[in-house]
Design a protein around this ligand. Sequence first.
Ligand SMILES: C[S@@+](CC[C@H](N)C(=O)[O-])C[C@H]1O[C@@H](n2cnc3c(N)ncnc32)[C@H](O)[C@@H]1O
Length: 520
Amino acid sequence: MPSMVVIPSAARPTRLVPADKVHSVLCHRIDGKEEQYLVRWNSSLQTPPLSWHNLSELGGCLEYVQDYLDKGKARIAASAQPSKKRKSPDTDSDIERPARLSPFRTHLYPPSRTPSTDRSISSPTLSSISHNQHPNGTASAADTVNVYNGVLDVKDGTIIVHSSYAPHVAKIGIRSVPTPEMAIAARDAPTYMAEIMVRAAYMRKLENVPGKKIHLTNTIDATSPSLKFRFIADYVLGEGVYRAAKDTQVGCQQCASNMGQSIGCEYTRKCDCLEFAAVDESRLDENQKRLFAQLKKTGGSTLGLPKKFPYYAEGVKVQKAGCLVSFYLNSRRPIYECNDNCRCGPYCRNKLVQFGRTVELEIFKTKHRGWGLRCKQDLKAGQFIDTYRGEILTDAEATRREETSSKAKASYLYELDKFKVSEGLRDEDIYVVDGEFMGGPTKFINHSCEPNCRQYTVSYNKYDCRVYDIAFFARRNIPKGGELTFDYLDKDEEDGEEDPGEGSVPCLCGAAKCRKWMWM
Ligand SMILES: C[S@@+](CC[C@H](N)C(=O)[O-])C[C@H]1O[C@@H](n2cnc3c(N)ncnc32)[C@H](O)[C@@H]1O
């Protein structure tokens, strides 16, 4: 018989639970006035495989507590109905829904699910659970719950439980935890403190994000965005993803930091970075008009022709300085910014998005569309908000993730396919940004059929057609507190079809001209 180890209810504050050792949190209870959470440890060889902990011990693994609050608690509430069949705590309760596309991806992937290898052990029946008895022979609900303070050991997938009252050993399969008694106790036990701690941990994350403050508010429920999410300032390149070699990022060589007004690039004809930028037809002389007409037919470089700068420079229209000029705002043309190898210096009028967000934002809970993002300050039409960040994945890896994720889950995949047609890229050459696990606050921007923002392609290397920035700009003036939205459909690629296809998801944007479906 294994030696008895009783996990005290009022645990020692020094006993911190390391996140990398945790498999999951399975249940909670109130002991005295204290919230306690039942941790299942990573390795079943560990002794004990389960133990109760108070929140002061769980500060380093709050993401597991959050997982439990978001999913486990609901499962427990359902399983606490004594008359109904109980689900194993590890059983995936995601609802199977029709296949759908991600908000941003244009390919349809067949639905598929990967079974968790963790489900090989079958769930024992309720009758396999022995209830512990108090020495006086009675077994109250409270006693039967408390007994599991003393989970001791695991053998052949069976947990061996010692009661602190009775000398006999109760055996219950690891899949049977939480027991019905635990589930009943958990159903009515509050989780306020855990929710507060999770919220505080997320706020601390936000405080560490560089740039203007990002707020968090939730007037709908007690949840917080996932603590597993990592805020990153730049893309993280996944396996098999490569940016164009550094030496291809040549930059403009004929420009200088002071060409008269100390605003970096000033002559669009000279700036090599603007080679592929929009030609300013209003400034073409007759010869240039003829040349440009020819180039439109035959293709070829428009270097030397006057171009349009993307942003209003300081001093041009004071109130618009730094905003996207209306030509770009109303088009889908890529924006080519100057880069570190340019001769125009650090303060060039052709550099903006690369310096990052300067706008104060707020992540907030919507009624029916999960989390959303709004601005905490008035925004002007053409004002830059932030970029979309995440892991850049190969198409194959993105497909794998899409196929293995629950169809009911929100999607954060964004294809970098702007140059697919112009550069003749194959589907499998296209990279995809996944903003689910790491990224920035823009992951929370919801779709609207009448959006107030739009996504633009911003490139710092005109020779790299596979890696570029996706930048969000305000399409119109947005008052402080307005929810930021963009159209998940790239209109240029829309074929105008009206019927919802397989994988379409109902749109809840509420706009007067809502198309009723998010095309995913
Ligand atoms: C990029 S995420 C946006 C943030 C998301 N609401 C969240 O809570 O993390 C995209 C997901 O948000 C939800 N969503 C966004 N816009 C929506 C809309 N107009 N109608 C319904 N669901 C929407 C969908 O679940 C979609 O897959």
